[in-house]
Write a protein that binds this ligand. Sequence first.
Ligand SMILES: C[S@@+](CC[C@H](N)C(=O)[O-])C[C@H]1O[C@@H](n2cnc3c(N)ncnc32)[C@H](O)[C@@H]1O
Length: 293
Amino acid sequence: MYEIVGPTGKKFLPPAGNCWKIIQSEYEKLLDDKRVYFGKDGEGVPRRMEFLSKAKGIVPWTWWPHEEAGHTDESKKEANEIFGGDISFGTPKPERLIQRILQIATNLNDLVLDSFLGSGTTAAVAHKMGRRYIGIEMGDHAMTHCVPRLQKVIEGEQGGVSEAVGWNGGGGFRFYRLGVAVCDESGHVSKGVRFAPLAAHIWFIETGIPFSGRADSPLLGSHEGIGYYLLYNGILGDKRPDGGNVLTAKTLSGLPPHDGAKVIFGEGCRLGAERLKREGITFRQIPYKIKAR
Ligand SMILES: C[S@@+](CC[C@H](N)C(=O)[O-])C[C@H]1O[C@@H](n2cnc3c(N)ncnc32)[C@H](O)[C@@H]1O
């Protein structure tokens, strides 16, 4: 522990039980370098000064002046330009503020999540800065504002941070509407789920890609040579509780053909192991074999 004497002669010791954060020789080097600050009157507790010019990358400050991170007027102007004056939400952020946050917290290609997307500033800036992103928004402005905004970004919109980050357009995004919850908290199929959402869920879990079929047939489609079938909700026209939802010789003969291995989801299976093997069928029972994710 060493004593520090300020420019006015005031003496400082570290708080009881602590020591200074740097050893004395380091402190003296900083002092010679005029990098110790004792407050405006020279009597404040000594603090180390950091210079932006000497920093590697951007140093995170707790106080970000508007010259660097933008201000609410700027964000309103940006939003006005993008949405033509139609702003139905109150607090859009300036793109420069989000740029600063992403500079500090992320690297190229990182995945940025904004679960309250609002006007879509985070997604727009993430896109311009070469980050991947997921935006979640429950309001209609997801469709009326965020989607058109991101389309403009892709077309090379030159507002906000575009010039600063050298943005000229490109890339793309996918827009999804959240469906009903297919599984309950314990991972089982929720009561009342219709064929189409369950089909989309099963397809995605099995293949890892979004479902783009029409969900009007028990054959959902084929992926990497495997045909995926779902027997559920009387899709075969048999509305009895377990009628068309059970794989029997009769239901099998009524299924749309697929030349190759098949994965069939249904509520029950009356075919023996031999027959399943011969037909190249892997049977998965609903609800037990449906994974939540
Ligand atoms: C203050 S705005 C978000 C601002 C935005 N992140 C930005 O950087 O400008 C909050 C948004 O969260 C949305 N929101 C609120 N609760 C939500 C929820 N549970 N799921 C999805 N979006 C939600 C609101 O509709 C609103 O658009």
